[in-house]
Write a protein that binds this ligand. Sequence first.
Ligand code: NAD
Length: 251
Amino acid sequence: MRSPFDLTGRRAVVTGAGRGLGSAIAVGLAQAGADLVLLGRRESQAATRDQIADLGRGVEVVDLDVGDHDAIGRVAAEVNRDRQVDILINNAGVIDRENSVDVSQESWNRVLDVNLTGLFFLCQAFGRPMTERGQGKIVNIASLLSFQGGIRVASYAAGKHGVAGVTKALANEWAGLGVQVNAIAPGYMVTDNTTALRADADRSRSIVERIPAGRWGDASDISGAAVFLSSAAADYVNGHVLVVDGGWMAR
Ligand SMILES: NC(=O)c1ccc[n+]([C@@H]2O[C@H](COP(=O)([O-])OP(=O)(O)OC[C@H]3O[C@@H](n4cnc5c(N)ncnc54)[C@H](O)[C@@H]3O)[C@@H](O)[C@H]2O)c1
């Protein structure tokens, strides 16, 4: 009997899978049986592509700058043309750490363009055939800053609050059409996104002291949640933001 977590025969698109959480998620989905389309900067995806190919899964790399909103519709149409996309993981994201009084319009727009607007139009472009077919899973990568304000990251907090909002709004529209839209809110994970925090010894110590698990998260800590929300096991889970944070939000 097939496990409800089995993704064999499913095709998943993952954005920004070249490193960090996106790479761990893509490999986790492949381990669960999925074939992958890695959407992002081609030169940065080779290591993840090779890991997935070594697992014996199908894997393609497609160029896309998620901040280029005109390109999203064009590239998604190419991917959708002769492939059925069953799962979309919106993982690509950027962060600018600055005092709010110093944030430029350029920096604000760059963060929102990738983290929120690009994410929404990817949901739209891949969600349309899913809703027409009556089947699909979308998992958006949110953040603890979908719930909290953070420190010196106003644009990021605004975007990630928006990701939670878009996730719930789309879930309301698409749950009845057979498409589950959910999000994962990772806690403090060891990736390039948090290099500056980990380089600040005082900040890093205060973060770990607040995490009940007593450690930073590893990228692989996210994979199980991504497999679950991408699988039949989550067919009745809609509009949920699943926190994977070593207990941070429980404090
Ligand atoms: N690391 C954490 O503690 C943490 C916590 C909460 C949420 N997140 C979120 O997880 C996601 C992954 O981040 P990460 O921690 O792995 O950081 P990361 O910086 O290592 O990875 C970000 C990925 O996004 C890609 N990317 C960035 N801009 C892009 C663009 N314009 N077009 C295409 N791809 C682009 C990068 O190439 C990279 O692969 C992000 O959405 C981030 O906000 C991370």
